[in-house]
Design a protein around this ligand. Structure first.
Ligand SMILES: *Cc1c(COP(=O)(O)O)cnc(C)c1O
Length: 419
């Protein structure tokens, strides 16, 4: 490629890209600058971003309030180990999250990536029972589920999507179920859970949206049924809000819509406003209390080097300031309405199977998805950053996107799918 920077040409020989067949995939694009909802490429082209960096950049890129918080933390103390020492941003963040989350979700374990927070949540659940003298070795997870790419989290992802076949023998065998969508299915699920309770540490689910499965939605009643089933069977409920947390589905958390209190919640992505890797597993008092003991063997043995990262927590606190300053629920309602109105015309395009919207998530599902990856370059050609996958073209824009920019994105989808 000509006109590309040296770092790009040289580094391309040494970098390993995510979810990418390195032999056949088109070259990635060199990004050099971000601002608001715009990404600038090395050749000067500007793309309007429809994904907000896997929906982490909820306030848009380079928000001055977050940048300022990170800069001032950087100058005093970028990070200090969390073993034996604590820092103000991490403790403030914990206090704030405990106040924001419903019920007695009060104990925060702060890690770096979403996958790690799910690993920690799974460990908390398994050891919760161990500390009570019960050995439970399985998790119940759902078809279409996604909770990360590490080996533990892969064992609770959809086996087909996660290519479990590749890793047979390496992944833990867990119990796969279908998400209950009717009262009858909920009753059957409860029976199934009670029958297996002696071996099940937790049920794990994404709330309201299964992202990696292709943005498949379910209603809040499903979450209430899961909570009831877990209560009936005495099994913990882990809700993975890494995608949905911080207004993506319209409310601060997706569980708000169901009115339930899970035993453990995981958060990441928009937590730091897309500025720093950061995640949290938040446990209810009863979970924490099972570890609180004179016996050192009952402690939670986990501690990532960068846990409680001061810079990341400073970014997260600034992100929470922004969520507090303004009603993001109102923003998301406006985005949602606009997505519904402007994506509706896609329904009449030949290859479109479904158009659906939940909160600030807009989805156009295709009938024949064989050319889905080839669409990616076409979106760049029309000046937008939209990355179709599975059988969908989707938008998860920053929650601060203006109406004109959002229209540009929805028009781009209609245009590209009409070609
Ligand atoms: C992104 C995501 C994860 C994994 O987070 P990473 O930071 O990529 O490890 C887990 N669960 C859900 C629901 C996610 O959307």
């Amino acid at each position: 490629m000509t006109g590309t920077p040296d770092w790009f040409r040289e580094g391309a020989e040494h970098i390993w890209l995510p979810y990418t067949q390195m032999k056949t995939a088109p070259a990635p694009l060199p990004a050099v600058k971000t601002e608001g909802v715009r990404i600038t490429l090395a050749d000067g082209r500007e793309l309007i971003d429809g994904i907000a960096s896997w929906w982490a950049a909820a306030h848009g890129y380079n928000h001055p309030h977050i940048l300022q918080a990170v800069k001032s933390q950087l100058e005093t103390m970028p990070h200090v180990m969390f073993g034996g020492l604590v820092n103000e941003p991490a403790l403030k963040l914990s206090t704030r999250l405990a106040a924001m989350l419903p019920g007695d979700l009060n104990r925060c374990f702060i890690a770096e990536s979403g996958s790690v927070s799910v690993e920690v949540a799974m460990k908390m659940a398994a050891q919760y029972y161990l500390n009570r003298g019960e050995r439970r070795s399985k998790f119940v997870h759902f078809r279409g589920g996604y909770h990360g790419d590490t080996l533990g989290t892969m064992s609770v992802c959809d086996p087909d999507e996660g290519m479990h076949g590749h890793f047979k023998g390496l992944l833990k065998e867990n119990l796969l179920a279908n998400l209950p969508r009717t009262e009858a299915e909920a009753a059957a699920f409860t029976d199934f859970l009670i029958a297996n309770k002696d071996d099940v540490a937790a049920v794990i689910t994404e709330p309201l949206v299964q992202g990696a499965a292709g943005m498949v939605f379910h209603g809040p009643e499903t979450l209430r049924w899961l909570r009831e089933a877990c209560d009936a069977a005495d099994v913990l409920l882990i809700v993975d809000e890494i995608f949905t947390g911080f207004y993506r589905t319209g409310t601060q958390f997706a569980i708000t819509q169901a009115g339930i209190v899970p035993d453990i919640v995981t958060l990441s992505k928009a937590l730091s406003g897309g500025v720093s890797p950061l995640s949290v597993a938040v446990a209810r008092d009863a979970v924490f209390d099972a570890f609180y003991d004179d016996d050192p063997l009952k402690a939670l043995m986990h501690g990532p080097t960068y846990m409680g990262h001061a810079l990341g927590c400073a970014a997260a606190n600034a992100s929470l300031d922004l969520f507090e300053r303004e009603d993001y629920g109102v923003r998301v309602t406006a985005i949602s309405d606009q997505l519904a109105t402007e994506l509706a015309p896609c329904r009449s395009l030949p290859n479109v199977k479904d158009v659906r919207v939940k909160g600030a998530i807009g989805v156009v599902q295709l009938e024949d998805a064989s050319a889905i990856q080839a669409l990616r370059a076409k979106f760049v050609e029309v000046g937008v950053w939209i990355r179709p996958f599975h059988d969908i073209v989707y938008l998860t824009p920053s929650l601060t996107i203006g109406a004109d920019d959002l229209s540009f994105l929805t028009n781009a989808i209609h245009k590209v799918l009409s070609i």
